[in-house]
Design a protein around this ligand. Structure first.
Ligand SMILES: [Zn+2]
Length: 221
């Protein structure tokens, strides 16, 4: 099973899972600004990768709790320049634990033994739930708290640079044209939020044109 948000990292992760297994894909929306657009990307990517076993769920709690620019309209999504080395306001408190909990529940029912997630430590926004130690600890929780204790979270991209993920995606035929990474807009990617800038830099470093349109691309360098 693969957790697929619809962004570039999860798309490459899904392409890996689909190459090696009869993959099932899970999408969790949570009232984030771009939820409709991300859901569309999820469905399109599954179609292109031939993943037929899909589950879409909506987590109501993360938006109700708020505390993130992605889920609270009163908190602006910062431009990449405004970001320093603290955890940014786009961090959704303990979000990935919610996703992993749903994924492991579904994995238990399906009999899937691996849950792929496209977490990236370097070249990321510095979110604490993207660190290897977090996934190691989560695997202990799964071992202790599931029927067979055999399900494992797999993070194949966690040590890769973002440009390496682009290159790997091209090798795998990952459908980057169908992905959505922007935090703030659904019509065109804004080109200035942290997620857009990290993505544009990754494609530029890999020497490949990003196939999706941007409202502005001033921030590449
Ligand atoms: Zn953006």
């Amino acid at each position: 099973m693969v957790l697929l948000s619809g962004g570039m990292d999860s798309c490459v992760c899904a392409a890996l899972a689909a190459r090696d297994f009869a993959a099932a894909a899970l999408h969790v929306s949570y009232g984030q600004r771009t939820e409709d657009r991300e859901r569309r990307s999820f469905l399109a990517i599954c179609g292109r990768l031939n993943i037929r076993d899909t589950l879409l769920v909506r987590n109501e709690s993360l938006r109700a709790i708020g505390g993130s620019a992605l889920t609270d309209e009163n908190l602006a999504v910062p431009t990449s320049q405004a970001i320093d080395d603290t955890v940014p306001v786009t961090y959704v408190p303990f979000r990935n634990a919610h996703f992993l909990a749903v994924a492991v529940s579904w994995a238990e029912v399906l009999g899937a033994e691996k849950v792929y997630i496209g977490a990236v430590e370097q070249d990321s926004s510095g979110y604490p739930d993207c660190r290897p130690a977090y996934y190691n600890a989560f695997n202990q929780v799964i071992k202790a708290g599931t029927k067979e204790g055999t399900i494992e979270i797999v993070t194949p991209l966690i040590h890769l640079r973002k440009a390496e993920i682009v290159t790997l995606g091209l090798e795998l035929g990952a459908p980057f044209d169908l992905t959505w990474s922007c935090y703030s807009r659904q019509d065109q990617a804004c080109g200035v939020c942290d997620s857009c800038v990290l993505r544009l830099r990754a494609f530029a470093a890999a020497g490949i044109a990003d196939p999706i349109p941007y409202a502005t691309m001033d921030q590449i360098v």
